[in-house]
Design a protein around this ligand. Structure first.
Ligand SMILES: C[S@@+](CC[C@H](N)C(=O)[O-])C[C@H]1O[C@@H](n2cnc3c(N)ncnc32)[C@H](O)[C@@H]1O
Length: 128
């Protein structure tokens, strides 16, 4: 998970957060619900049209359209401008990306300058 560095633990009201590999948008919606005064918008990105279709239904049912736009895109070629995001989340996703290093470069590119970030992930080693 990439988060703003320094003293801020979570984006403030005007911030734009990206939820990469959003799946059916559960984390994107939870992020908004957990902190109603937090991010202005959480953009969910996933390359699976089917996952996004299901996510779109959930977003509509939760009346979060506009605050949780879902966009089809690849984590290694994000459909976002450089320096356009205040925070990036990715849950149970980096392990599925074929080229995780390239995804990290993309995260770095879309984050605003000065945003510090970390990525941690659990991965099970295959048994020999
Ligand atoms: C295990 S799901 C996690 C979904 C969600 N983050 C969650 O925690 O519920 C992994 C998701 O990553 C997406 N994904 C995998 N590789 C991707 C890539 N290169 N670009 C965008 N999405 C990707 C898959 O389509 C899938 O929806």
């Amino acid at each position: 998970m990439a988060t703003p560095g320094g003293a801020r633990a979570w984006p403030d009201g005007n911030d734009r957060v990206i939820d990469l590999c959003t799946g059916t948008a559960d984390l994107a919606m939870a992020a908004l619900k957990a902190r109603p005064t937090g991010a202005q918008q959480v953009v969910g990105i996933d390359f699976s049209a089917e996952m996004l279709r299901v996510g779109q239904r959930k977003v509509r049912a939760a009346a979060l359209e506009g605050r949780v736009p879902l966009v089809r895109g690849d984590a290694v070629r994000l459909p976002l401008g450089s320096a356009s995001a205040d925070a990036v989340m990715i849950a149970f996703g980096i392990r599925n990306v074929v080229d995780p290093l390239e995804a990290c470069r993309e995260i770095q590119r879309v984050l605003r300058p000065g945003v510090d970030w970390r990525c941690s992930s659990l991965r099970c080693r295959q048994r020999p």
